[in-house]
Write a protein that binds this ligand. Structure first.
Ligand SMILES: CC(=O)N[C@@H](CCC[C@H](N)C(=O)O)C(=O)O
Length: 382
């Protein structure tokens, strides 16, 4: 029998207890394989990927296939210490499913369980993807050529949970859904020295402070206010003790734009600011960018129109058109290669995505499974 709503909640809680960082999703992989093996196997074919060992592909053979429809769920968690006092809280210290990938995987298992018992018309390919938060697992998978042969995908769908949407709402838009992002790493080389003799040192903390302030003026002074750009530095490290001037500082951040042009513009301005500060502080500043697969998420016009049309009229589905978001997703890379649609599932969390108190409403899981199942069946009859 297909997984019930209660089964799905239990699965999500099991996965919530074992969060793992990008490319280390070993326990998660084992758990998923165990569940997938417990479904009827008549229509299923599982493919493991030695080069990306935590990834899983599962094909459901269709009865009269016209196409292979892909569905992707990401698997990794974040280095966040959970603050929720839950019976099923994270058992891995300092790591948490703070972006809801536990719920994404559960929805995918719900769909897979259903279609393992109700043979679809088209072939379905489920992709359990490692490393969405960093390391571009989607891009790695595509570039390894894993979507080939029986696992070729003609159109791709995937969801992200949304803390601000009411529970169970499906949100989507045609065009750009998510921003493109690039990681930025900055290393400042000054000169360390005694706290009492600043004139004999070159204080990397002061240079870092200037760098961060000046870079934020790119957003406020260099970008057309009607366009969108974000620069966030989430990590700053410098020094060892209060009375030694730091000779080195390291800043790690992320930049975001709704177009690739905007990302390129912000990158160039960051390099300009670094060059200016090198001159004014007589220091060396190394700047590295890494965009990986985090391209803007561009929904395919035709498929997304069909998706939205379906969700707007389907019984029991609550749909809301959403604005573009500045979150990033390496599903953007996959959609740059294969047409498809990314969409939101509302989970009404009191805490934001990526925060220690992120707490999605689990009723969203069954709502998501039912809405997507309905859409896939409708799409297969097109
Ligand atoms: C949905 C979500 O939160 N995704 C992440 C993707 C991170 C991309 C990359 N590692 C970066 O930090 O730029 C996000 O932070 O938006």
């Amino acid at each position: 029998m297909s997984l019930t709503s209660e089964d799905l909640v239990n699965i999500r809680r099991d996965l919530h207890k074992i969060p793992e960082l990008a490319l280390k999703e070993k326990q998660t992989h084992e758990y998923l394989i165990g569940k997938i093996n417990s479904f009827p196997q008549d229509f299923l074919e599982i493919k493991e990927v030695p080069e990306l060992p935590t990834a899983i592909l599962v094909r459901v053979n269709g009865s009269d296939p016209k196409r292979n429809i892909g569905y992707r769920a990401d698997m990794d968690a974040l280095p966040v210490t959970e603050s929720n006092d839950l019976e099923y809280r994270s058992q891995h210290p300092g790591i948490m499913h703070a972006c809801g990938h536990d719920l994404h995987m559960t929805v995918a298992l719900g769909l897979l369980s259903y279609f393992s018992e109700h043979q679809p018309k088209d072939n379905l390919v489920f992709f359990f993807q490692p490393a969405e938060e960093s390391e571009s697992g989607g891009r790695q998978a595509y570039d390894l050529g894993i979507f080939s042969g029986n696992f070729k995908i003609d159109e791709f769908y995937g969801l992200h949970d949304n803390a601000d949407l009411a529970t169970g709402i499906i949100g989507c838009r045609n065009g750009t859904l998510f921003a493109g992002t690039s990681e930025v790493n900055v290393t400042i080389h000054g000169m360390s020295g005694h706290a009492a003799y600043p004139h004999k040192a070159n204080d990397a903390v002061i240079i870092a402070a200037n760098f961060i302030n000046q870079v934020q003026t790119i957003i406020s002074r260099s970008i057309d206010p009607t366009k969108c750009g974000v620069i966030t530095f989430g990590k700053l490290e410098a020094g060892t003790i209060r009375n030694v001037i730091a000779g080195k500082a390291r800043i790690e951040g992320t930049i975001r734009g709704l177009t690739q042009d905007m990302i390129e513009f912000i990158k160039q301005r960051i390099v300009d600011v670094a060059k200016g500060l090198e001159l004014s502080f007589n220091a060396t500043i190394d700047v590295e960018f890494n965009q990986g697969g985090y391209y803007p998420v561009e929904n395919d016009p035709d498929l997304t129109k069909q998706f939205i049309d379906y969700m707007q009229q389907a019984d029991g589905v609550k749909f809301q058109e959403t604005r573009p978001a500045m979150t990033g997703e390496d599903f953007g890379y996959l959609l740059s290669k294969i047409p498809g649609t990314m969409f939101w599932l509302g989970v009404a969390s009191p805490g934001a995505l990526h925060s220690a108190d992120f707490l999605p409403h689990e009723e969203a899981i069954i709502d998501g499974v039912n809405a997507i199942k309905g859409f896939l069946e409708y799409r297969m009859n097109e």
